[in-house]
Write a protein that binds this ligand. Structure first.
Ligand code: GLP
Length: 254
C-alpha cells in the first residue's frame, strides 16, 4: 500500500484527482471505476473545472440502491449524472440497474460486464464500518457482484441524503470484493475523523471479513490518500514504516 497523507480534505482530493488525470493522459482507451458518497464530490468538481477530456474513458460505478429508479434523486445513477456526467462527456458509463425486476440476474449481468471490459483504475471511498462499495462486514473476501442487505450503521450514515429514515433503501447491488480486487490499480480516498477507525483497521488489521477494506492490503497497486484526521489513528504505524512513509506526510500546497 502506498499511503499519502495530506493536510486537508481538499489537498487529499487534489492529490487523488491529479493521480487519476495522469493515468488518463495519453491513453486511447481507459476504463475508470467510479464511486459515490460525499468523498469523491470534490474530485468530480475538479474534472468539471478542468474540462478534463474523458471522451475516451468508459466508466463503471461500484454500486446502486435496489428499488430506486435511475430518475430517483438519491439513486447513484442520478448522483453521477448531476455530479459528473452532465458536464463531462464519457465514452460510455455503466451502473447496475437498481430497478431491475430480478436484482440477482442484474448483479450477474453487471459482474460479466465489468469482467469483460476490465477496470484500469478503481476509485474508492470507505464506510465508517470499513465497507468498500457496499461490501459490508461479513462479506466473503471472494464475493463477486451481488445483492446485499445494508447494515443499520450504513443506512444511518447515508440517512443524511434522504428525507426520512424509512426512505433509505435496505438493499443494494454492489461489485464484490473480488470484482474490485480485479482492477489493475486502486485509489482509495478517506477524509475526516469519522473515517479514522476504519482507516486504522484497513492499514493495520490482519485481513478479515470483519473489516472488508483490509483485503486491499493484498492488492499489488493501491494508493490510499488520507487527510490528517483520517490518518490520526495510524500515525504510529506510518512512522514505523520508516522515513519513506514519514516523507509522505505532506501538503501539496507546502
Ligand atoms: C456508501 C458507498 C461507498 C462509499 C461510502 C462512504 O456506502 N456505497 O462507496 O465509500 O458510502 O461515503 P462517504 O464518502 O459519503 O463517506
Amino acid at each position: 500500500m502506498n499511503i499519502l497523507v495530506a493536510k486537508t480534505p481538499a489537498d487529499a482530493e487534489q492529490i487523488a484527482y491529479t493521480l487519476i488525470k495522469e493515468r488518463l493522459a495519453g491513453k486511447r482507451e481507459f476504463v475508470l471505476g467510479l464511486a459515490t458518497g460525499s468523498t469523491p464530490v470534490g474530485m468530480y468538481k475538479m474534472f468539471k473545472q478542468d474540462q478534463l477530456d474523458c471522451r475516451h474513458v468508459t466508466s463503471v460505478n461500484l454500486d446502486e440502491y435496489i428499488g430506486l429508479a435511475p430518475s430517483h434523486p438519491q439513486s447513484y445513477y442520478h448522483f453521477m449524472e448531476e455530479r459528473l456526467f452532465n458536464d463531462v462527456p464519457f465514452k460510455e458509463s455503466h451502473l447496475p440497474r437498481g430497478d431491475a425486476k430480478d436484482p440477482d440476474a442484474e448483479a450477474e449481468r453487471y459482474e460479466q460486464l465489468v469482467r469483460s471490459i476490465g477496470v484500469d483504475l478503481q476509485l474508492l471511498g470507505i464506510g465508517e464500518n470499513g465497507h468498500i462499495a457496499f461490501n459490508e462486514p461479513g462479506t466473503a473476501l471472494d464475493a463477486k457482484t451481488h445483492v446485499t442487505a445494508l447494515t443499520e450503521s450504513t443506512r444511518e450514515a447515508n440517512r443524511r441524503f434522504f428525507n426520512a429514515s424509512e426512505e433509505v433503501p435496505t438493499h443494494a447491488i454492489t461489485m464484490g470484493l473480488d470484482t474490485i480486487m480485479n482492477a489493475r490499480e486502486i485509489v482509495l480516498v478517506a477524509t475526516g475523523d469519522r473515517k479514522a477507525n476504519a482507516v486504522h483497521h484497513m492499514i493495520e488489521s490482519v485481513p478479515s471479513v470483519d473489516w472488508p477494506a483490509t483485503i486491499l492490503q493484498a492488492h499489488p497497486s493501491v494508493t490510499i490518500v488520507l487527510d490528517t484526521e483520517a490518518a490520526s489513528q495510524c500515525a504510529q504505524a506510518l512512522q514505523a514504516r520508516g522515513s519513506e512513509a514519514a516523507a509522505r506526510f505532506f501538503s501539496i500546497r507546502s
